[in-house]
Design a protein around this ligand. Structure first.
Ligand SMILES: CC(C)(COP(=O)(O)OP(=O)(O)OC[C@H]1O[C@@H](n2cnc3c(N)ncnc32)[C@H](O)[C@@H]1OP(=O)(O)O)[C@@H](O)C(=O)NCCC(=O)NCCS
Length: 405
């Protein structure tokens, strides 16, 4: 009989994120090749893991068609050179795809059925524009199940501004600017580079180059510049390109393991999974989804928000992160939140981003033995949120039941 097990995030790596579209660095690169590259890089760095011991490969994508179709976890495993005996699957929970890959594989490990698993995601928003070829059931609108605007993520962000007028455009602009500046400072300090797998890319003329850094950053961002931007989702609206995550291409992968596998293979995990939760909210304001998901995950963990020493919150839009911070009474510029910036600066390749948050939290944990618990959370189109709470194995403080230190 298998026994319940701890679940560890052993390691994670990702491709640099590219700007989606013809001018972006991955325009001539296949989506599946991005995730294959990330898997190869991760397994090279973790060569103590026998490849034939990997129990499953879960890879998420929102658009599961073309080079993102064909049961990505299985195809990517074969293309990455894993033995044919290693199975794989594809996952979709829109933006929380990779997060769901991790929780699904994590639950399989926790239930003692798996020892080792790969979990990640990819989105090539250039090749697969958001919502392309979607065919929403007409009942959604005809029966007023959701408002038509609920299918446009930028419109849902405008609605959060409407719902909570004290969360102003000025606050969102400042948050967007800070994300850019923090990401640049972290880049200059070499914080991201160790977890990036370089990708060979071909430009329009057929010349080869190497993608080594996230492409969409705008370190020169100022409040004045942001104030002058158009509001693409609504005339005289409040959400701009400066307070939205940009359309992005990229892939992420993590290696998860159970307690016995960690001991047997001598692995040094970067995080231990404590709890996770997903929750639904009104699709029209999908960005507030992480609030109930976080409350649920905290409850399951027996923790309170004050126990969380570090937050990696996906910045789909500045306003939806601010809505969570406001709900929990956390300042917009609290140093525990996205210390190296977030998706507004780095990009948000939908189904890949969950593991990007985890890679970043793991890197913070290694530097912060004073912090015991951290949290990764994100909103999801059509009104969901997802949250995973993690424990820092490097924590050196005094442990008390359910407490930060
Ligand atoms: C917001 C959005 C529509 C902008 O798309 P875009 O117009 O192609 O974006 P660009 O990068 O060209 O930026 C638009 C303009 O703002 C400017 N800009 C963007 N960020 C800026 C910044 N931080 N500071 C100053 N200017 C900035 C650009 O230079 C550009 O100016 P230009 O029109 O003079 O060339 C697009 O990024 C988007 O849809 N984002 C949301 C994606 C999404 O829904 N994801 C799912 C979340 S759940």
């Amino acid at each position: 009989m298998a026994e319940l097990s701890d679940v560890f995030f052993v390691d994670g790596m990702r491709t640099p994120f590219g700007r989606a579209g013809e001018k972006g660095m991955y325009w001539n690169t296949r989506a599946d090749d991005l995730v294959v590259k990330a898997i190869i890089g991760l397994l090279e760095r973790n060569d103590a893991v026998p490849k034939d011991r990997i129990d499953d490969v879960a890879i998420a994508a929102t658009s599961q068609t073309g080079d993102q179709g064909l049961t990505l976890g299985r195809t990517a495993a074969i293309l990455a050179g894993l033995p044919m005996s290693v199975p794989g699957l594809a996952i979709d929970r829109m933006c929380a795809g990779a997060m769901t890959s991790v929780t699904t594989m994590g639950a399989s490990i926790g239930f003692g059925q798996y020892d080792l698993a790969l979990a990640g995601g990819v989105e090539h928003m250039g090749r697969h524009p958001i919502g392309a070829n979607a065919d929403p059931n007409p009942r959604f609108v005809a029966e007023r199940l959701v408002d038509p605007g609920a299918l446009n993520m930028g419109v849902t962000a405008e609605r959060i501004h409407d719902r909570f007028p004290h969360l102003t455009k000025e606050r969102a602009d400042r948050f967007g600017m800070l994300s850019q500046h923090k990401a640049q400072t972290a880049y200059e300090a070499g914080k991201f580079q160790p977890d990036l797998v370089s990708v060979a890319v071909k430009d329009a003329e057929g010349a080869w180059g190497l993608a080594t850094e996230d492409e969409g950053r705008r370190p020169e961002t100022t409040m004045e510049g942001l104030a002058s931007l158009k509001t693409p989702f609504r005339p005289h609206g409040r959400v701009t390109a400066g307070t939205s995550s940009p359309l992005t291409d990229g892939a992420t992968v993590s290696l998860l393991a159970g307690g016995d596998a960690v001991k047997e293979l001598g692995l040094t995990p970067k995080m231990r999974m404590v709890s996770f939760a997903f929750a639904g909210v009104e699709p029209e304001i999908m960005g507030i989804g992480p609030i109930p998901a976080t409350e649920k995950a905290l409850r399951k963990a027996g923790l309170t928000i004050d126990d969380i020493g570090l937050f990696e919150l996906n910045e789909a839009f500045a306003i939806q992160v601010i809505s969570l911070l406001d709900h929990f009474g956390i300042a917009d510029d609290d140093p525990r939140v996205n210390p190296w910036g977030g998706a507004i600066a780095l990009g948000h390749p939908l189904a890949a981003s969950g593991v990007r948050l985890m890679i970043q939290l793991a890197a913070h944990f290694a530097e912060r033995p004073d912090v015991r618990y951290g949290l990764t959370a994100m909103c999801v189109g059509l009104g969901q949120g997802g949250t995973v709470i993690w424990e820092n194995p490097h924590f050196t403080g005094k442990k008390r039941k359910g407490g930060q230190s």
